[in-house]
Design a protein around this ligand. Structure first.
Ligand code: GLP
Length: 213
């Protein structure tokens, strides 16, 4: 497990964008697992800038979003707003989990698996909508979030099958979750702790998120 503590949030986003760039340069038809949430907004802004400069071509890229609510399309809207409407991704290549959760797993497998999975982390250590207590063997399924909403989420096993994983965390409100994930036990009570068992995973943190390490 690699831990990168950046000087600033801006620097952290740069590091993440450069890992992204490396992955899609090596493999123009890369398969990406994408998170939503406020943490990702500056990263997607940076990727749009790189696209505009001609440094990223999204035309062959396939994306699989990590989660979505059952009764709304909040994350579809988020992705369109922050990334998809601003780059040349093909609509049919951008996937979101929905009621046919088995199909979602199969689609990911058919695409050759996730090359790079980009994660955020919840204050309680959740990744995607795998809340504390989620099985490390979990795959895409319907879940109930910590705030009692119904959603579809890829599983911990799905995430761990990715070839490369980066997790971004910013701000002191994430410091506890980051500390428990990196310094506590590897346990289903802290979903992000599982990433320590992955052979190519990195936490990219700003100083505040790293302040308890
Ligand atoms: C959300 C999402 C996660 C995200 C996390 C952190 O609920 N399901 O994929 O990484 O919570 O969100 P934020 O970046 O807004 O702190």
């Amino acid at each position: 497990m690699k831990v990168i503590i950046a000087k600033s949030r801006k620097e952290a986003v740069k590091r993440a964008a450069s890992i992204f760039l490396g992955a899609v340069k090596r493999k123009p038809h890369a398969v990406l697992g994408l998170a939503t949430g406020s943490t990702m907004i500056p990263l997607y802004r940076k990727l749009v800038q790189l696209y505009k400069k001609g440094e990223i071509d999204f035309s062959k890229i396939k994306t699989f979003n990590l989660d979505e609510y059952t009764r709304s399309k909040i994350f579809h809207k988020y992705m369109n707003k922050h990334l998809f409407s601003k780059v040349n991704i093909k609509k049919q290549n951008a996937h979101f989990p929905s009621s046919n959760t088995k199909d979602y797993e199969n689609e990911i497998k058919k695409a050759g698996g996730i090359d790079l999975c980009i994660l955020g982390i919840g204050k309680n250590g959740h990744i995607a909508f795998n809340e504390p207590g989620s099985s490390f063997q979990s795959i895409t399924r319907k879940v109930i979030t910590a705030d009692s909403r119904h959603a579809y989420s890829i599983g911990i096993k799905t995430i761990m099958s990715s070839k490369k994983i980066i997790l971004l965390a910013f701000g002191k409100e994430k410091a506890n979750a980051v500390f428990k994930s990196l310094r506590g036990d590897v346990t289903e009570d802290v979903p992000a702790s599982v990433l320590r068992k992955h052979k190519d995973a990195a936490f990219i943190l700003d100083k505040a998120a790293a302040s308890k390490l």
